[in-house]
Design a protein around this ligand. Structure first.
Ligand code: NAD
Ligand code: UDP
Ligand code: UDP
Length: 323
């Protein structure tokens, strides 16, 4: 039997892929988004499906609908976007979580939270395990996102303890793939777009800071395993990401090599509080979800480069953030 599933932030990068996957699995999907960073274009392929519904709504306001499950993704994810209006970012995470938890409580829905590796801040434990409590600067420019997401986790666990809510919390590490926003400032999209345009590749700092990149399809396999194939007493938080770590400089060289652009590597200042090392320990996901990523970086980059190549050639207006 198909379920009625609410996806907040469903018109964004990850949300649009999730909506497609849920429709393919036979569910009814209600996608709610305020189009801050997402677009209708991202869910164009879903619009013809009678089981898909799209609603413009800001999750900082209450929402009364009847659903069986909720995936709470609404929140800008790129540092450039979440720092654009930091107060709204915190409101989105905190008020958004309260409203979605209140909704889940009223209709007794199972609820998923898209948390983040940023709850670990600039980590002093490496690779990051779920039991690590993190090293976040609560006053810095990343705090609106990091602390907002940390508070959302707190709310999820308090609603779970206080109201017996069925919760699933995933800590997502850097993810890439088609439908990333070309102007969103994240490293994979920046480097690919720069390389395709023949521009220089902007490395912040010396490029020796590390990240580990997960392809979107792998990530969603992990989410669906968490929601559909774990018992109610497994709440997470569980790290979901790809444990292949690399310096940002290597990523730049790899993308330049694959795209074959004329640009060279140029260096710019490292943003404040930029984490120096990040890589998930996915032991818990392997054990509880029976999941690990399958898509190699080369393979995932090829698909992502093809997406941006097509987007740039189509000359679509891609500068809509904040409208
Ligand atoms: P995205 O910016 O593409 O998507 C976020 C979506 O939320 C957008 O469609 C945006 O318009 C919408 N949104 C923002 N504020 C809203 C509000 N107040 N009300 C309703 N909708 C709102 O980002 P994404 O990469 O798809 O990220 C999705 C979720 O996953 C986010 O919660 C993010 O924090 C989390 N996450 C993503 C990554 C990653 O690498 N992509 C890593 C860690 C966590
Ligand atoms: N809420 C919502 N949809 C619902 C139920 C609740 O948006 O279907 C919001 C409502 O605005 C409320 C919040 O969720 O402020 C938290 O709800 P809860 O029942 O936990 O708290 P209370 O209503 O007692 O403040
Ligand atoms: N970065 C970079 N050049 C860019 C964009 C980002 O060197 O054009 C760096 C950034 O400073 C960070 C890493 O790449 O060290 C990942 O940045 P992103 O914004 O994608 O994600 P996050 O910092 O949230 O992990």
């Amino acid at each position: 039997m198909g379920k009625r599933i609410l996806v907040t932030g469903g018109a964004g990068f990850l949300g649009s892929h999730l909506c497609e996957r849920l429709l393919e699995a036979g569910h009814d999907v209600l996608c709610v988004d305020n189009y801050f960073t997402g677009t209708k274009a991202n869910v164009m392929a879903c619009l013809d499906n009678p089981r898909f519904e799209l609603m413009r709504h800001d999750v900082t306001f209450p929402l009364y609908v009847e659903v069986d499950e909720i995936y709470n993704l609404a929140c800008p994810a790129s540092p450039v976007h979440y720092q654009h209006d930091p107060v709204q970012t915190t409101k989105t995470s905190v008020h958004g979580a309260i409203n979605m938890l209140g909704l889940a409580k009223r209709v007794r829905a199972k609820i998923f939270q898209a948390s983040t590796s940023e709850v670990y801040g600039d980590p002093t434990v490496h690779p990051q395990v779920e039991s690590y409590r993190g090293n976040v600067n609560p006053l810095g420019p990343r705090a609106c996102y990091d602390e907002g997401k940390r508070c959302a986790e707190t709310l999820f666990f308090d609603y779970h303890r206080q109201h017996n809510l069925r919760i699933k919390v995933a800590r997502i590490f850097n993810t890439y793939g088609p439908r990333m926003h070309p102007n969103d400032g994240r490293v994979v999209s920046n480097f690919i777009v720069q390389a395709l345009k023949g521009e220089d590749i902007t490395i912040y700092g010396d490029g020796m800071q590390t990240r580990a990149f997960c392809y979107v399809d792998d990530l969603l396999d992990g989410w669906l395993r968490l929601m559909d194939h774990t018992p109610d007493d497994f709440t997470g938080p569980v790290n979901i990401g790809n444990p292949v770590e690399m310096p940002i400089r290597h990523l730049a060289e790899k993308i330049l090599d694959k795209v074959g652009g004329k640009g060279k590597l140029v260096f710019a200042p490292l943003p404040v509080d930029d984490p120096m090392q990040r890589c998930p320990d996915i032991t818990l996901a392997r054990e509880k979800l029976k999941w690990e990523p399958k898509v190699a970086l080369d393979q995932g980059l090829t698909k992502t480069i093809a997406f941006f190549d097509e987007l740039l050639k189509s000359n679509r207006d891609v500068s809509r953030v904040g409208r």
